[in-house]
Design a protein around this ligand. Sequence first.
Ligand SMILES: Nc1ncnc2c1ncn2[C@@H]1O[C@H](COP(=O)(O)OP(=O)(O)OP(=O)(O)O)[C@@H](O)[C@H]1O
Length: 331
Amino acid sequence: MKAIGVKGLTKRFAVKRKEEGLLGSMRALVRPRYSEKIAVHGIDLEVERGETLAFLGPNGAGKSTTIKMLTGILHPTDGHAEVLGYCPWKERSRLAYRIGSVFGQKSQLWYHLPPIDSFELMSRIYELKRSDYLARRKELVRSFELEPYLNTPVRKLSLGERMRCEVAAAMLHRPQILFLDEPTIGLDVVVKQKIRELILQMNREEGTTVFLTSHDAGDIEQLCRRAVVINYGQAIFDDTVEAMKRELLTDKMIRLQLLEPGQPFRFAGAKVLEQTDRVLQLSVDTKRASMEEVLAHLVQHYRVSDITIEDPPMERIITHIYERPQEGGAS
Ligand SMILES: Nc1ncnc2c1ncn2[C@@H]1O[C@H](COP(=O)(O)OP(=O)(O)OP(=O)(O)O)[C@@H](O)[C@H]1O
């Protein structure tokens, strides 16, 4: 069943043109001139219920603008979207009962209130049955380990503590879709990991659809099965995260721990990244050299105590997608 359907979704902003000099500034005050900025350029997208989607793109690609349209915060200039059967910008309040959102850069909790008061207010806003709310709150407080912070005003919490409360708050009303815009930005690895686990658990146990934007490779790899990459407001890649890695990740890294110094390494299709008496690190272009042959060559010519094979980091793959020549698509 479809969770999100988007057709030709477009957002153009009118941006005031800055005119030079004092006279220009005064003229702009009286008669401002505008130019057009295309933030989202006719996106088509379908997301099934229960999917975990990474919505990726470089800075300014139009990710947040798309999320804002899908959650009803912004009206599009053109195009159509349906989220759980609702038109987000026309039926925003009805949709709000069924979706949750987390904006890593912006708190949704009341800044001067402790999280427990925000939860309480939200339970009223979402008209939750008292017993359901209390049971859900108990479950989230336990999973996110929120007990020590529940009664501290949000302004006094650390970023990691606050973000755990933010995600818990977004889950309070058991939303069918979670929109996550950079949910782990600025967090340490332990908190990141915790948040990812809980989001995944919710996807697994409650079938929650996850729509994520993130620049964090770990978020993408651990949370999402599908990746859509947009650039200049248009989708330029749509496949599984696995396929994205397989297709674009044609080089592998091999790191050898050596028992004794070896000869200088040479093999067509493999590049030395580091070679010392005890370490040999290589990057293998698997389109030019088979891993089997490279490994056979290594064990034949070197005395190896340990070997690790790794994929390059996700950032490299995404950068690679942005840098691929595109057909059209410019703002
Ligand atoms: N209110 C606005 N008025 C004018 N231009 C805007 C407005 N909001 C966004 N834009 C522009 O639209 C483009 C897309 O912005 P958006 O915030 O959607 O990008 P993003 O992909 O989320 O980027 P980032 O990864 O940096 O968060 C940018 O060029 C931005 O400057």
